[in-house]
Design a protein around this ligand. Sequence first.
Ligand code: SF4
Ligand code: SF4
Length: 78
Amino acid sequence: MAMTIIDEICFQCNACIFVCPREAISEVTNAKGQILVMIDTSICTECEGEGDPKCRSECPVPECIVSATTYISAIGFC
Ligand code: SF4
Ligand code: SF4
């Protein structure tokens, strides 16, 4: 159970980074030198037991942070 960020619509405002109680969100630089905000799915718990996912509630972009399971299913990797 983890959330993921849709890179194409994230504008790197970093708001989500500061509300994560697990420190699961950080800025990373990909192979192309682009800075992306990413959720470590090995750490994220979807805020289980703490209400709605705090990162998703904080994000100003609708549907920018979604369930990783739902997203991976939607793009056809499993
Ligand atoms: S769902 Fe909760 S634990 Fe997971 S990245 Fe968002 S704020 Fe952090
Ligand atoms: S709050 Fe939303 S738009 Fe801002 S960095 Fe996080 S995912 Fe991207």
